[in-house]
Design a protein around this ligand. Structure first.
Ligand code: GLA
Length: 378
């Protein structure tokens, strides 16, 4: 079985920081930390081991084998520990012969691998797209594993990772995927955040309940350390990155070493109001707002369940920017007698809507996110 997810999945994934340096010890410490830091209680539920967990060869029965040097007690023991902390356990495989890092993939082993994951009590499978057949279309490969998971006797969330290749958006909802990587890999530098944000714009109509656009794991708090760590970002840039991912309804998979995260990183990752926008039950598509601003600014609104409107103003550039738009853009022309009451989630600063428009100054790389209430104009 695979479950139907009603809001974007949240969790942690080993790849961004640890790459191949994964172990039972690391996963246990991370599980402990997800609880102690409050990440679990904020909603981060899945603890996912990415690539490089297995031996290079299958066993005599054609089964995948956990590398005993990294996981001396096997994967079921890891799953048990993760479950004992009230978390769910995720693993990784690939639609090709090999995973991206060259370990055995699940091609032509879909059902036996799904059975193995079910036996280990895995709850989530990230499924990559390296070394796949040049002849068999991706949609068939993903439907295969989707079917294998749906028939494995356990609820396993299917997380597709074909990076948007081969027009994934056109067929992904024919598979059992609950989330799908809509863009290429993230790296821990600002340009990467900018690129993924721009690439996402045209794909927003494909996001929604049951199958969420995955903009890739978060780099918040990496500060250049780890597997995809490059120049790193400033805390302001990480906050804007998190705000965009949350706003656009992406699954949020933490990618930093949470055992060493700063208070600042924790505050960003656990911001209740941003998480509430991300987890809004209506899962409506954010729409671009038209207004007056520098090219570096991108602005979206999202109509939330119950009538509030989330508004996000994101300055992707290195210069200070001023943005202004009319409430008309949000469906509130003067004739309605209504206006908005709104304060920036990050700073608490209130916006002035007296002249039926909103003007806001954005520092370099900064953002403002509002949860606006529709109120009578006085
Ligand atoms: C691909 C994926 C990444 C990660 C690596 C592992 O690049 O897109 O998210 O899983 O493979 O090798």
């Amino acid at each position: 079985m695979t479950m139907v997810k009603l809001t974007p999945p949240l969790g942690w994934n080993s790849w961004n920081t640890f790459g191949a340096n994964i172990s039972e010890e690391l996963i246990k410490q991370t599980a402990d930390c997800m609880v102690e830091s409050g990440l679990r209680d904020a909603g981060y539920e899945y603890l996912v081991i990415d690539d490089c967990w297995s031996l290079r060869e299958r066993d005599a029965n054609d089964r995948l084998v956990a590398d005993p040097a990294k996981f001396p007690n096997g994967m079921k023991a890891v799953a048990d520990y993760v479950h004992s902390k009230g978390l769910k356990f995720g693993m990784y495989s690939c639609a090709g012969n090999l995973t991206c890092a060259g370990y055995p993939g699940s091609f032509e082993h879909e059902f036996i691998d799904a059975a193995t994951f079910a036996e280990w009590e895995v709850d989530f499978l990230k499924y990559d797209y390296c070394y796949h057949s040049p002849i068999i279309p991706g949609e068939i490969l993903y439907r295969r594993m989707g079917l294998a998971l749906e028939n494995c006797g356990r609820d396993i969330l299917f997380s597709a990772c074909s990076w948007g290749a081969d027009e994934t958006h056109k067929w992904i909802k024919t598979t059992a995927a609950s989330m799908w990587r809509s863009t290429g890999d993230i790296f821990d530098k600002w340009d990467s955040v900018k690129d993924l944000t721009k690439q996402q714009a045209n794909l927003l109509p494909y996001n929604g309940v049951g199958c969420f656009n995955d903009m890739d794991m978060l780099i918040v708090g990496m500060h250049g350390k780890g597997n995809v760590g490059l120049s790193g970002c400033s805390d302001i840039q990480y906050r804007t990155h998190f705000s965009i991912w949350a706003f656009m309804g992406s699954p949020l998979m933490v990618g930093c070493d949470i055992r060493e995260m700063s208070e600042q990183t924790k505050a960003v990752l656990t911001n209740r109001e941003l998480l509430a926008i991300n987890q809004d039950t209506a899962c409506r598509q954010p729409y671009p707002i038209k207004g007056i601003w520098q090219d570096s600014v991108t602005a979206y609104a999202k109509n939330l369940a119950g009538g509030d409107i989330a508004i996000g103003l994101f300055n992707l550039g290195s210069e200070k920017a001023v943005s202004r738009f009319n409430l008309d853009e949000l469906g509130l022309p003067h004739s309605t007698g209504k206006t908005l009451k709104l304060a920036d989630i990050w700073t608490g600063k209130e916006a002035n809507t007296a002249n039926a428009s909103i003007s806001w100054e954005l520092e370099p790389f900064d953002c403002a996110v509002f949860r606006a209430k529709v109120v009578d104009r006085k």
